[in-house]
Design a protein around this ligand. Sequence first.
Ligand SMILES: NC(=O)c1ccc[n+]([C@@H]2O[C@H](COP(=O)([O-])OP(=O)(O)OC[C@H]3O[C@@H](n4cnc5c(N)ncnc54)[C@H](OP(=O)(O)O)[C@@H]3O)[C@@H](O)[C@H]2O)c1
Length: 274
Amino acid sequence: MNIGIIGLGSIGQMLVKGFSKSGVASPAQLFVYNRTREKSEQFQADWPFTICASLQDVSEACELIFICTKPLDLYPVLQELAPQLRPTQHIVSVAAGISLEDLTSVSATAITKVIPTVTSQILHGVSLYACNQYVSSEQREQLLRLLQALGKAEEVEESVIETATILSSSGPGLIAGMMELFAQAAHRKSPELSVETTRRLLVETLLGTAMLLSEEDLHFEQLIEQVATKGGITMEGLNVMAEYLPPCFDQLFLMTQAKHDSLKLKTKVQFNEN
Ligand SMILES: NC(=O)c1ccc[n+]([C@@H]2O[C@H](COP(=O)([O-])OP(=O)(O)OC[C@H]3O[C@@H](n4cnc5c(N)ncnc54)[C@H](OP(=O)(O)O)[C@@H]3O)[C@@H](O)[C@H]2O)c1
């Protein structure tokens, strides 16, 4: 099956890399259209695929089409594709904050919302997905096979997809942001430890922590018990986090939900106006 990718930014590139690295799709099966053609040409040098000259070219060549533009750039793409879609085609939107209902209002065809993650470029991480009523079981299985090649795939209700997005998709950026603050605090305390060193220590620690949790199938609490010696040092750090971090995370969910909501309002205007 040929796979179309519209928009070759972070997520479009991740999909090309992930599908190619995993071998789930051959270069001959990948068709890419990006607004700025040079970006496709540069990327194609390392990750081969066919460059399409238009949305129509993608639509003619592909049964499954991922739209990977930013949310506010999605509507015009879907609107142009809709009249030429064949009944067997399956559209995937990766846009955060655009509902299946709005997407389906433009085209009453098979559409799935996928929230991918940049970590899938190394075939790890979780893709969230929710399908509309027109997606057949065969189309769902084909998509699932691709998503599972990128790591794990988890079907979620749309009502919780935005909260889950913060964990699985914003997660890599948020974790990197937390680690940077952690690294800088260590450097402030001991300036003779360079920030580069504190970052390096944390990257190896992150890797070891994730692998240990996964390989030993540990809950966070079980790992904490292994690390925090009773009456020892780590417990002091955990106590500080228990005091200060819950309001920080509550605020984080509040603000990211507010952003999701404002994005939904803006995109809804596009969908309803037309
Ligand atoms: N980044 C993430 O971790 C992440 C995770 C989950 C979901 N998402 C969703 O993924 C989508 C893309 O995010 P991103 O971070 O990959 O954005 P991005 O890096 O800004 O990439 C967007 C790409 O879309 C292209 N584009 C815009 N309009 C187009 C059109 N009409 N036809 C073809 N290509 C077009 C842009 O081309 P130019 O080269 O001309 O700018 C650009 O390469 C968003 O909807 C976002 O909500 C992102």
